[in-house]
Design a protein around this ligand. Structure first.
Ligand SMILES: [Zn+2]
Length: 451
């Protein structure tokens, strides 16, 4: 058996891995390259022999090149979980509109074709790829705790070898989704390593940090801008904000919080949040407890949604003129596009503005430049001075931290024969490889960044 990496070899975008076996060839994910890793969208590898595409989750860096895969002639089943199948058209529609400028009719044609090929399957059930009894590959989706519908994929060959593709793994102890559990078996594990060299701060401390920032903003005014992927972090943030408001210390605090508008400036995030509400069965324990107490963790009163572009521009103007406190969540998560750019160019010069970077910022993105403390940045060919306060809240990452990744690998018994690290910068892969080698001395650890 052979595994090729068409993307996410030495970076975190463009995930696409191919497993070739004598029983067939599978593609796992087909994502977009972003930031410094950006490259032409055309699929440069042959697709005729690929018998299925398996999607780990609906983030654009895992599904974004799907239309180009079809354009290259791919015409085989696309397997994913039910929730990923529900998110797929929402996420792709946005990309087709923004990147290709397709009109509504053209977009719906592409999406129809994808939906015809899509086979949604439940978590935890082995699915045969091909006719039974013919010695075919089997796959199984297991919860990855990263975003709604996310899964790691187990692939079993007829001679009983198991290859596991981790996809993106979520951190442990987050309230909205259950923690990922290690697979029963993996002879070969393809493991993400986004935070292979770092741990995150805890969920309690992330909420405390968020609360302190909001309180300061309520006193001094100024907007709090949170660039976020429309799926994953946005819902985690809404979830925490509802909890902070619900647990207000006293009446004054409660009143102050009720005056703070929480603005979700993204039609896509609104749609995705609806899907999170529809798939409550996939929520974690704590989220289900809140529901049982009659609370609405993802739909609370002061949450305002902006859909029309006109309203979006009007709001930015108002915040710029008035300096009133407001918390705005807008895409994209790495500030390399989307509505967050207009907020940043209007509000970065204002020292009352706070920007909270809650997720991984890839090389070459505006988010990374802000994180590095640049005093001026370029946004759409204009130089913008940065007087705003830039904060990194690592606890909102949708990715497993270093210790979570180590535990995921270590709890597989017997230990894998090989672990191949993907989806991480070279430094993160090296650091995780070192730790894995000392924990699992008999396992061969290889780095996609060195392949
Ligand atoms: Zn992801």
């Amino acid at each position: 058996m052979k595994i090729h990496h068409h993307g996410a070899k030495a970076g975190v975008t463009g995930s696409c891995h191919q497993l070739d076996t004598e029983w067939g060839s599978l593609l796992v994910d087909c994502g977009l390259f972003q930031g410094k890793e950006e490259r032409p969208l055309e699929v440069e590898f042959p697709v005729e022999d690929i018998s299925a595409l398996i999607l780990t989750h609906a983030h654009i860096d895992h599904i974004g090149r799907l239309p180009w895969l079809l354009a290259a002639g791919f015409n085989a089943p696309i397997y994913c979980t039910e929730a990923t199948a529900a998110l797929l058209p929402l996420m792709l529609d946005d990309g087709l509109r923004l990147q290709l400028g397709l009109d509504a009719r053209q977009r719906s044609r592409v999406l129809e074709l994808i939906s015809r090929l899509t086979v949604a399957v439940d978590y935890g059930i082995w699915t045969q790829l091909g006719a039974p009894g013919n010695g075919c590959l089997q796959i199984r989706f297991q919860p990855a705790g990263h975003i709604l519908g996310s899964a790691y994929i187990e692939v079993k060959t007829p001679n009983d070898e198991v290859v596991v593709f981790s996809g993106d793994l979520g951190p442990t102890n987050t309230p909205l989704l259950p923690d990922p559990e290690s697979p029963e078996r993996a002879d070969v594990l393809i493991l993400e390593s986004t935070y292979g060299d770092k741990n995150h701060c805890s969920v309690e401390s992330r909420a405390e940090q968020l609360k302190a920032l909001v309180e300061r903003s309520l006193e001094d005014g100024g907007a709090i801008l949170i660039p976020a992927f429309s799926v994953g972090r946005t819902q985690e943030l809404l979830f925490d904000l509802e909890n902070i408001a619900a647990n207000a210390f006293n009446e004054t605090e409660r009143r102050a919080w009720s005056r703070l508008p929480v603005i979700l400036d993204s039609p896509l995030a609104l749609e995705v949040t609806k899907q999170y509400r529809d798939f409550k069965a996939l929520w974690g324990k704590e989220a289900k407890v809140r529901l049982a107490h009659g609370r609405h963790p993802l739909a609370f009163e002061q949450c305002v949604t902006i859909e029309k572009h006109r309203d979006h521009l009007a709001l930015i103007n108002r915040l710029k003129q008035s300096g009133e406190p407001a918390l705005v969540v807008a895409a994209s998560g790495m500030c390399n596009g989307g509505r967050i750019l207009n907020y940043l160019s209007a509000l970065l010069p204002d020292p009352r503005t706070d920007v909270i970077l809650a997720g991984f910022q890839a090389h070459g993105t505006l988010g990374r430049e802000l994180q590095q403390g640049k005093t001026e940045v370029e946004i759409e060919q204009e130089v913008v001075p940065v007087n705003a306060h830039i904060h990194t809240l690592s606890g909102y990452s949708a990715h497993a931290g270093k210790d979570d990744l180590l535990a995921f690998a270590q709890n597989i018994s017997p230990h894998p024969q090989e672990i191949r690290l993907v989806h991480g910068e070279h430094r993160a892969q090296l650091s995780l490889a070192r730790d894995l080698k000392s924990l699992l001395p008999k396992t061969l650890i290889t780095l996609a960044s060195e392949s």
